[in-house]
Design a protein around this ligand. Structure first.
Ligand SMILES: [Zn+2]
Length: 314
């Protein structure tokens, strides 16, 4: 059952990614795009996460939806809205807890009681696909480069907090787990491209043994190279960076990873949970990064507070 749900989701993602063999089979995010804000549920205001966020970002890109808000048919109807004709919803998955009881049929005694969760999906529609529900005004961000600067600052704050080194130079952006160091070459075409590449490498660094430990016990270079070559880790870093940039309304483009696309699509076809697993690890990587930045900011604030208390006492 659950593989069926993952299969439905994966199929839609593959459709939107396009066939890698075809000339136009490049992921929509490879084209420069901007301002795809993290998708959220229109009623609850909750942001979609992991594979659901990916699904709805891809949907927005491939259909050109202007809104980042989504609702189920039931939610739309409850708000007096109607789904436009000839539009298709997009599946998002959720987990439902179910109770299992094993009963002795003769005595009625409960032998075993446990809970387990099953994966289900529901279809959601973009507000652009719904009539009769008012779309909240889109707030244009004012300070042109500000989200970009703030995002880059957040990445650098994360690296400082975690003691991750940054070196300039080299032929390409890379992360070394042995040195716990990110290398960034010169000559990026834009500030946005630099930030996106840095986000990608930061996502790799969350996999270090002392963080989320995604590269195996030793964390040795060989081990990482093996994993790194294995495009799964690439997908994790790529999705993590995509989620990071979309939380901040930033442009993201997939530049050097198109060669993995065929592998990813093949892996998704063979293993329906491949994408869900990668997206959930990406979400964890992003959460780790934000938590680290938050902790460091709090410590800073406390230190400053203590300092000002001391100064006040003198
Ligand atoms: Zn990478």
């Amino acid at each position: 059952m659950s593989d069926k749900v993952y299969g439905i989701l994966t199929q839609r993602v593959i459709e939107m990614l396009g066939e890698p063999e075809q000339a136009n089979g490049f992921p929509p995010w490879q084209k420069e795009w901007s301002g795809v804000t993290s998708p959220m549920n229109h009623l609850s205001g909750k942001m979609y996460q992991g594979v659901n966020a990916l699904m709805l970002i891809l949907a927005s890109l491939s259909k050109g939806f202007a809104s980042n808000r989504w609702m189920t048919l039931k939610q739309a109807n409850a708000k007096g809205g109607k789904v436009k004709k000839n539009t298709k919803g997009f599946p998002v998955i959720f987990f439902k807890v179910q109770n299992l009881e094993r009963i002795n049929e003769d005595t009625g005694e409960i032998l075993e009681k446990r809970q387990y969760s099953v994966v289900r999906y529901s279809l959601v529609f973009n507000l652009d696909q719904i009539e009769g529900v008012a779309t909240p005004p889109i707030i244009e961000s004012e300070g042109g480069d500000e989200p970009l600067t703030l995002s880059r600052e957040a990445l650098l704050a994360y690296m400082r907090a975690e003691g991750i080194g940054l070196v300039q130079g080299g032929g390409k952006a890379a992360y070394s787990p042995v040195r716990d160091r990110i290398q960034m070459p010169e000559g990026f075409t834009s500030e946005a491209a630099y930030t996106a590449a840095l986000a990608h490498e930061c996502m790799h660094s969350t996999g270090h043994a002392k963080r989320l430990n995604r590269f195996g016990a030793e964390g040795s270079n060989q081990q990482f190279a093996k994993e790194h070559r294995y495009p799964f880790e690439e997908l994790v870093a790529e999705l993590g960076a995509l989620f990071f940039m979309s939380r901040n309304d930033l442009t993201y483009s997939l530049e050097n990873h198109v060669s993995y696309l065929k592998f990813w699509v093949d892996a998704m076809r063979v293993e329906p949970r491949f994408l869900v697993r990668a997206a959930s690890r990406a979400e964890k990587a992003l959460a780790y990064l934000f938590e680290s930045v938050g902790k460091a900011a709090l410590e800073n604030a406390q230190q400053n507070h203590q300092l000002s208390l001391k100064e006040g006492a003198v």
